[in-house]
Design a protein. Structure first.
Length: 135
């Protein structure tokens, strides 16, 4: 019945986590790519929010603040995952280095995403400055 389907789905998911995805394991790739894709959006949102609040911070400082906040939230999630494993034993952590590896690939994705955000947002700044100059 339903428990058999759930068991097969869980086993399939566990199989995927341990499989290679190019030079990375699937789990490593997932952690890095999600952070890489999310970080530019978060940097942009933080910059827009700070600008609306009247805080004109340099882009690099805003990006650093957004990146460190994202990494802190990733670390907090990994701590929650460790507690979950300790008290409820769902077998989401596959080895003694799983949490450290997850954080390492989260950090790589955040750093690359932050650099990408700086390049993308910096390329927009001169255009906006020129529009303001001609207005």
């Amino acid at each position: 019945g339903f428990s058999g389907i759930a068991d097969r789905c869980i086993r399939k998911l566990a199989w995927n986590v341990r499989q290679q995805f190019g030079p990375f394991q699937y789990d490593e790739f997932a952690h890095m790519s999600v952070q890489l894709l999310a970080t530019p959006i978060i940097v942009w949102l933080v910059k827009q929010t700070l600008d609306k609040l009247g805080h004109q911070l340099p882009l690099t400082l805003t990006a650093f603040f957004a990146g460190t906040t994202m990494f802190s939230l990733s670390a907090f999630y990994e701590i929650i995952e460790l507690w979950d494993e300790l008290y409820f034993h769902p077998h989401r952590i596959w080895g003694p280095l799983d949490t450290a590896t997850d954080l390492q690939f989260d950090l790589c994705g955040i750093v690359i995403g932050t650099l990408l955000a700086c390049v993308l947002l910096r390329s927009r700044q001169p255009k906006l400055a020129m529009e303001g100059f001609h207005a």
